[in-house]
Ligand binder design. Structure first.
Ligand code: CTP
Length: 441
């Protein structure tokens, strides 16, 4: 499936470097032409000869080791890549990439390439959670770098937690999925190009001075004091949007129901339980916000009555009657004044039809459609693949990538939409002012 693809595999110096041998072998077996670049530290963990044998190509470790006088190696290799994959990626290489350092063969190649870049971090759990590392990853996400999140489990350092390099088989699957969606490197490069202008044309922090309200997680409806119904939402997508909005300079308010992951730091967190509570929390803040992203999975129905005491077992069957909950997004749409409203549409079929129907019904500016029947995206997953629609139709299809990457792109489109709206309003405002002057005269 990777026939004809040139993959530059960057290996950096962590214990997980030994898994890079399996990864290299599997990529080659899948048909890819793999060119390995190792950092000096990586060579402490695994030999160049191993990678040379598995890739059947020369391995690069030194920027100045120019073997072909016809070309400059790091530029040549950067140009030839359909994908640059860095696995494992240490905290050090992430920092270098984030700040554009170029002091070895891998970092110079990464700066020189126009190909998409995919990174699979691996490190100690505390290093991974460190704000500096998280911040660097977010910067890279904003530039369109794709992340393969590390897994959780026992780590070589003795700790247990998040930081294990994703298994080589899974990484190959993600690489294949990437190429299935963006069939040539031009598509990848085009994606990066589309990411760049929105970010560059705005101020360094495009949401500075704006307030973004995000709903996250699933709402929960109580049946009795110890029982309830809810849904599978993990909160990852909503929290990713909140984090991305914070990094883009916004003041962020997160109204969260049930979640399975920690909320980002640096945001105002309002916890709610039921749909009614979420509605009230959101409406109380609506007037003061510029953008609303409704990523929560909201319970559409609630039990007609909530028993004050724990229900006792009685008959063979139990029938609980449910009644409709308010639709929060629809309410926001009806009361919209200046806000930009972004909804989500979780669908298992007819994605475009249903998503566009919801956009119209709920008076949204953008709707993010995702296919929740897929195992590798949607509920609970670290990744998502979405289609973003505006009132004219499909605005952008975002290939499978980390929820952080998807979140950043959604907000970039929101910024672009706000800029377009402001540009449209300007002449009207100017002509209104002009009329006022005439009226005074
Ligand atoms: N939503 C909401 N209030 C509800 C139901 C949904 O605010 N009572 C919002 C969700 O947060 C999401 C969007 O509406 O942004 C679409 O939610 P989804 O569950 O996909 O669709 P529904 O509107 O519930 O429609 P259906 O059940 O027919 O798919």
């Amino acid at each position: 499936m990777l026939n004809g693809k040139t993959i530059v595999l960057g290996i950096t110096g962590g214990i997980a470097a030994y898994k890079a041998a399996t990864l290299c072998s599997k990529l080659s077996q899948a048909g890819a032409n793999v060119h390995v670049i190792m950092t000096k530290s990586a060579t402490q963990f695994i030999s160049e000869l191993t990678l040379q044998t598995l890739s059947r190509n020369l391995v690069y470790t030194d920027t100045f080791d120019e073997r072909d006088p016809e070309v400059v190696s790091h530029i040549h290799i950067a140009d030839s890549a359909d994908l640059v994959l860095i696995a494992p990626a240490t905290a050090n290489v992430l920092a270098k990439m984030a700040y554009g350092l170029a002091d070895d063969m891998l970092s110079t190649t990464v700066l020189a390439t126009m190909a998409p870049i995919m990174v699979a971090p691996a490190m100690n759990v505390h290093m991974y959670a460190h704000p500096a590392v998280q911040h660097n990853m977010e910067l890279l996400r904003q530039r369109g770098v794709l992340f393969i999140e590390p897994g959780e489990g026992p780590l070589a350092c003795g700790y247990t937690g998040k930081g294990r390099l994703e298994e080589p088989e899974q990484i190959v699957e993600q690489v294949q999925a990437f190429f299935n969606q963006s069939t040539t490197k031009k598509v990848g490069a085009a994606l990066l190009e589309t990411l760049a202008p929105v970010h560059d044309s705005a101020a360094e922090l495009p949401l500075a001075g704006r307030t973004v309200l995000v709903t996250a997680g699933g709402t929960l409806e109580r049946i009795d004091p110890v029982r309830y119904i809810t849904n599978d939402s993990s909160g990852k997508m909503g929290f990713a949007v909140a984090e991305a909005a914070r990094n883009m300079g916004a003041h962020v308010v997160v109204v969260a129901g049930q979640t399975q992951v920690d909320p980002p730091v640096g945001v105002e967190l309002v916890r709610v339980e039921s749909t009614q509570q979420m509605l009230e929390a959101v409406m109380a803040r609506y007037e003061a916000v510029d953008v609303v992203v409704k990523a929560a999975a909201v319970a559409d129905y609630r039990p007609v009555t909530q028993a004050a005491q724990k229900l006792k077992k009685t008959g063979e069957r139990l029938v609980i009657e449910f009644e409709r909950n308010p639709d929060i997004l629809e309410t926001l749409g009806r009361n919209k004044t200046h806000q930009l409203l972004i909804g989500f549409a979780a669908e298992t079929e007819k994605l475009e039809e249903h998503a566009r129907g919801k956009l119209q019904r709920k008076n949204c500016d953008l709707i993010v459609g995702n296919d929740v029947s897929r195992a590798d995206a949607g509920f609970g997953s670290d990744n998502n693949e979405v289609h973003i629609y505006n009132k004219h139709g499909l605005l952008e299809r975002i290939p499978l990538m980390s929820k952080g990457g998807v979140a950043t792109r959604i907000l970039q489109l929101a910024v672009a939409q706000m800029q377009a709206k402001a540009a449209q309003q300007k002449p009207v405002e100017q002509s209104a002012r002009h009329d006022e002057v005439h009226a005074v005269e």
